[in-house]
Write a protein of this length. Sequence first.
Length: 360
Amino acid sequence: MTLWNTSGAHPRDARWRQMLQGLIYGCIFSHAISDLRTCDVSVFEALRTRVVNSRVAVRWSRLGSETFTQHLERVSWSGIPQVHLNHNYLITGSRETYWVDWIRDRFFPDGYAGDTLSLGCGAGHLDRILMRRGFAFRSFTGIDISKGAVRHARRLADEIAMAPPARYVVQDLNRPDLASNAFDFIYFFQSLHHVEALERLLDQCRRALRPTGLLMVNEFVGPSRFQWTSRQLELADAITAALPEELRLDLRHGGLKTAVDRPTINQMLRYDPSESVRSAEIEGLLKERFEVVGEWNWGGTLNHLVFQNIAANFKQDDAYHRSVIERLIHDENTLIESGVLPSDFKVFLARARHTEAGVA
């Protein structure tokens, strides 16, 4: 956009033209903002939502990338095999018993889950695991905000001939539209902590579940926006400092990891506006609306922080490295079991609270 004719102007006037043009654009922008202030607040909310959703969808489309998954396993506690064995132990009491199998055998006779809904399905990782581990469905629907992730989930479901055919759709979970009394099994797998409109979504889940239906929530329920507590940081920093240098090589930023950072809110918004947006409120809101029939700690209060950016330094073929991993897992379990620390990750199985008149 050219606001005036600059042909024939002397080059030494360029900086003045730039300054004047900046002032004029600033004036136009100020008038626009002044006009917008007279608009309904919903206009601003709609604009904010569109920007946030666009950024979130783009970020989570990367989940369909093998490169992203491999990178995540290098820098995250999820890349430590013993962490997954501990998850089995925390739910089943045995490292050798897969938690998915244990849930299936105790809550789903013959593995039958009826009409099933996966909310925040991503690329469908857990969806395919359930099918492979003997879950059977009358129908299966997956919902995610990311077109890329949904496209990937569809392709992978087709590759394994998922039966019945999975129906994957793109939808914002902050604005859900779930049919009433439509599902026997609804679950979240590390997705609910990305939802801001928790009350709206959980209310919809409560209405969508049939009277005998089950809701599974496997989630991060720790500090919102990763605002780690002082006790978490104190303990995680002490553990990090005690590790040998070979295990503290920062695989993301270079150098040595010396401490755990508490990100600023602005850093979290730039990284992912949906990340743990209201995670600390999930457990309370869930228990207000559902009768919890099973609740298990999943850990992560310290080790999620300690292993971040250094996980791949711990080599599975090194006995000392394995012993350090086991000690870290044991100590975190003890601190959580004794009530010194809460569990930042939890698993819940619940049923909707019903009255004689219907859903509570």
